[in-house]
Design a protein around this ligand. Sequence first.
Ligand code: PLP
Length: 356
Amino acid sequence: MKPSDLVRRAVAAVPAYRLVEETAAVKLNQNESPWDVPPEVKEQIFARLGARPWNRYAQEVPGRVAAKLAELNDWPVEGVVLGSGSNLLLAAVAAAAVREGQAVCAPRPGFALYRLLAGVADARLTAIPFGPDFAYDPKAWCAAMASARPALAFLCTPNNPTGSFMDRDGVRAVAAACPGVLVIDEAYREFAGEDRRDVLGACEHVILSRTFSKAFSAAGIRLGYLLAHPGLAAEIRKLVPPFNIGILTATAAEVLLERRDLFSGRVRELCAERERVQTALGRMAGVRTFPSRANFFLVETPYVAEALAAEMKARGILVRSGGDEELRHMVRVNVGTREENDRFLAVIGELMGGRP
Ligand SMILES: Cc1ncc(COP(=O)(O)O)c(C=O)c1O
């Protein structure tokens, strides 16, 4: 018997999430923060960690983090679900909400995990296209809600990899039309300057998904959280293993939340850099970028994406290629530090000089 015979057919049929470990002087390929958590903040975390018992299952500290997130979002703590990364929580939602043969809706191009989760659930994935320049098209979304009748829809705003943002009226219309659970994936919400907390109160089927991996410079600590109506949160929590947030993650998150002003300053800096880099790219012949409200954006060139990524890698810069067919000539590029961005602009300028 093959290992794949030991798992459900749908699981065996799904390609694994593509994880390539790459390093380079300038890393602009994983939507991370270019800055680490500052040493003095880490020291504060270590000191607090040292004073806490490690031999006990952690309940109190994750509970305090959940309570703080509830307070910051003016939402009951019973409606906050913590998980070691928002991707684990998205998996829990899919496992809770979707049965074999049902429909799952997601944007295309979109985050690869949505397709994987739909595949594992043996669901039908309805990919919803964007309008011109990857602008969200709420009408197309409402039409898809009506025709596909999804058990679950992932509305990612700002969207990975396009940076597209759906405005409040659009999201409200989609929420009203969605017959199943609507997950609004807000992994990049800080860079958009607004979020959809306002939709939550009126909609018992809406879940907001958030993470510490991007604006909080903390992809390595693995913390994500959901905001949902307490009743729905209680159902999702059944699929999140108990004690999945340990004392290390929870203590780090506790301190990061206390120091959140530091991170909002970083977000402002990255947004200003995003505008600067995109403006500079807009002046380059043969290069096109698309409006983005995230800490990354798509860049279109005459190069096939993989070829451009390889040329950039050879010059010490990692960008993201690969994905849906419509991205054949596009790479996704993070906003980095000013120096990293200048290096990126210099290299792409050089490559466009000898373009194919
Ligand atoms: C749209 C989106 N959602 C969720 C995640 C997962 O974030 P994490 O598991 O680090 O919280 C990512 C990561 O890149 C993402 O792009």
